[in-house]
Write a protein that binds this ligand. Structure first.
Ligand SMILES: *Cc1c(COP(=O)(O)O)cnc(C)c1O
Length: 382
């Protein structure tokens, strides 16, 4: 791309209804957001438990700022690893049921960290086709052979595992798929990982806080062991920022020594680690948030069961209404917006060509009546 080519390239994005713009919030995250001078009822965030603007997290951050100051000031290996980080790591590991855990500045950085520090040229990574972009980038960056298998197709995965000459193998999946809301069959994947002596890497960005009494998909599906590596983000259901990797003590030690996105970056503000600790307390101690979310999911699916567009099979807070074309999805999203409802349209390349969708995401912070209002509006428009 040359500088003088940019405007034509952007015009092409316009022509194919795929140019992206950002909405600018003038309010905190929550069911009601203020955008461009107008209030909307929003179904757009990953704040599944309604913790992003919770007073206890704000207070924990405030106290953390008073205790630790603001900036991390250095990388963890130089002089940026604070007591708050260590305590959060200990508590996260205990919560998800692994010997150790390591904090990262983002899920993106965590995915790059694990895959590039374990896999190299002579190795192979086996990845579900619908994995998150950050996992795909991690696989490419690792220089390992990058083998993608059809979504949740264990036979396809096994045929790829069978025929690989690679020295080390790693299977990488989203535990809950971010644009589809469905889940990976973790127990069956672990069986294959054992049979072919591979790591099993789980990106549980959308399951942590939601499934397994909040402990995530790995805890819910009852899998464990030293070949399982668990990653979850802390900016979604946990309502804060960053991510963590959980696994054996040796794995965590290896990441501290080798993971470039851990070593060559400044530590997150320690006050955020205090917020994470408080968030864990709410995730564990307030099961009503998950119960309420489950009621919302059931009500939405029930009300939309008759409309012409299908809801993708999902028991997670991600409820995609499958529309098809880019133009149709943009039109429906715009009509909802006119009615004061904010639901993001997701288009290729984020999802496969021809599978544009409205990605409805529900939160425990929604009121039942708000979910009903959305469902009725969609029924009326389709
Ligand atoms: C959001 C997301 C990430 C990236 O996490 P960030 O903390 O936002 O960088 C990784 N994987 C999946 C599946 C995600 O949905």
């Amino acid at each position: 791309m040359q500088p003088q080519q940019l405007s034509a390239a952007l015009a092409e994005l316009d022509a194919s209804h795929s140019r992206r713009t950002r909405l600018m919030l003038e309010s905190p995250q929550g069911p009601l957001i203020h955008v461009d001078g107008r209030d909307y009822l929003a179904f757009a965030s990953n704040d599944y438990l309604g913790l992003a603007n919770h007073p206890a997290l704000i207070e924990a951050t405030r106290e953390g700022l008073a205790r630790w100051g603001l900036g991390g000031g250095a990388s963890h290996l130089v002089a940026g690893h604070f007591g708050a980080h260590q305590q959060a790591e200990n508590e996260l590991a205990a919560f998800v049921g692994t010997p150790a855990a390591l904090l990262f500045g983002s899920g993106y950085a965590a995915n790059l960290a694990v895959i590039t520090s374990l896999m190299g040229r002579d190795d192979a990574v086996f990845a579900d086709r619908l994995n998150h972009a950050s996992l795909n980038d991690a696989c490419l960056l690792s220089r390992a052979a990058f083998k993608r298998f059809r979504h949740n197709d264990l036979d396809h995965l096994e045929s790829l595992l069978k025929s690989t000459p690679a020295k080390s193998r790693l299977i990488a999946v989203d535990a809950v798929y971010s644009m589809d809301g469905d889940e990976a069959p973790l127990a069956e994947l672990l069986t294959l990982a054992e049979r072919y002596d591979a790591w099993l890497y789980l990106d549980d960005a959308h399951g942590f806080g939601v499934f397994g009494d909040g402990r995530g998909s790995m805890a819910e599906q009852g899998i464990a062991g030293e070949r399982v590596i668990y990653m979850a983000t802390l900016g979604k259901a946990a309502g804060v920022a960053g991510a963590f990797v959980a696994g054996s003590a040796e794995l965590i030690d290896w990441l501290v020594n080798k993971a470039r996105t851990y070593i060559f970056t400044t530590a997150q503000p320690p006050a955020l680690a205090e917020a994470v600790r408080t968030s864990l307390g709410l995730i564990a101690g307030e099961p009503w948030r998950r119960e309420r979310l489950a009621q919302h999911i059931e009500m939405l699916r029930h009300t939309l069961s008759g409309v012409k567009y299908p809801l993708h099979a999902s028991r997670s807070p991600i409820q995609p209404l499958m529309i098809g074309g880019n133009e149709q999805v943009m039109t429906l999203s715009a009509r909802l917006r006119e009615a004061g409802l904010w639901v993001p349209a997701i288009r290729p390349p984020t999802v496969p060509e021809g599978s544009a969708r409205l990605r409805i995401s529900l939160s425990a912070a929604h009121e039942a009546g708000q979910v009903q209002r959305l469902a009725e509006a969609i029924v009326a428009m389709s």
